[in-house]
Structures are given as structure tokens and as C-alpha cells.
Design a protein around this ligand. Sequence first.
Ligand code: VGL
Ligand code: ZN
Length: 216
Amino acid sequence: MTKRTAVIVVDIQGDFTTWEKGSLAVEGTDRSYVKRVEKATKLLNKAGFPIFATQDWHPSQHISFYTNHPDKSVFDTVEINGKPRILWPPHCIHGTEGARILIDNNLFLGVIKKGQNPLFDSYSGFQDDGGEETELHSILQLHCIDILVIYGIATDYCVKATALDAINYGYKVAVIQELSRGVAQDTLRNAIREMRNRGVRIHTTFNLERIIKGNV
Ligand code: VGL
Ligand code: ZN
């Protein structure tokens, strides 16, 4: 049977970009980065791949915001439900400019919102820290997808979590490094190593022919 590939564009949102002077702007996310991501996504769309986006979409009282922990500072690590979790600046508050996806929304067959439950963070597009699943896996099954091409922001958080969950669900996974950006050098290095160890293919550059051939 022929393999079917889908594309997941992770969290290309104002608050994560320097272009939009976002509250959690990741280095290397200026206008030219976003336009490069959009161009690659358009080429993948023209090539016929189903494309989905994830969208961080938090209520203002979200547990991942340091402002909701009176005795804590930004980027402190706290234990939430037994897992170490970073406290971020408020970001991607539902329905605000910072939560807006910055590339042409018509490219996406669907946009998967995540992080809506105030009590759980949700780096992965598949499920939150409480184990509540999004619709992503069932949609991909509907399309008989077995290969996923993933890129976006941030490589060391949401791209990584989505890629590792995808491996757990049994997908073949490629992450496109050139189209992704990390929050910090050390976590980025560790994330690339961890993804490789778990069977994620890391493509350093965007190679359309390789993706069309299903050679992940
Ligand atoms: C993300 C931190 C907090 C991400 C989302 O998209 O990688 N990072 N929320
Ligand atoms: Zn978030």
C-alpha cells in the first residue's frame, strides 16, 4: 500500500515571533522566517499533501503563565501534576492578536487548538498534560496518514512534543530543522538528540522532492 503523508505546521503565531514583537518571541522568527515557512507550506499544498496547523490557545488564567503563580518568576520551573514545567510569560491568549496564525489560513485543512484547559499545559498537538486528546490523531486516521512532516515553533517544546507523540502513535516522522526555531541552544540540542534517539528523522533543510518520494 502506498504511504500517505500529512504536514503539521506548529504554532506559527504572533506571540512566538520577533516579527510581531511577541511576548514569548523565539530567536530567528523575523518576517523572513515566517515567509519562508509560508512558501514551503504553499509548495507542499500544491504537491497535494493535507496540511494541518496547531494553535496555542490559552485562557488568561492558564497554569503555564508565571503571572498566575504569585510567588514565582518568569521561566521558573515548577512541578505541575508531577511533571517539571516552565512558567512562561502570558502568551497566545485566546482571541488576541498574539494568538493569530501568521501564515495563510486557507492552506490548512484544519487548525488544532491546544492548551485551552486552564489546569494543564499542552505542548503536543495530540494531547495535553492531563492526557486529554485533541482531534488530531482521529483526523489523520481519517486521511489514512502514516507519515508526518512537522515544523514550526518551538523546536525544543511544541515541535518536539508533537513529534514524539506522533512516534508513540506509530507514525513515521520527519522534522524540518530549517523551518523550525528553538527557544534556547541547550534545550534545542537536547531536543534534536532526543527526537533522533526516538526515531524522528531530522531533515536539516527543506527538500520537497524527498518529501514527495516519501523518503523520510
Ligand atoms: C510553546 C511554550 C509555551 C511552543 C507553547 O509553541 O513551543 N512553548 N507554549
Ligand atoms: Zn503555551
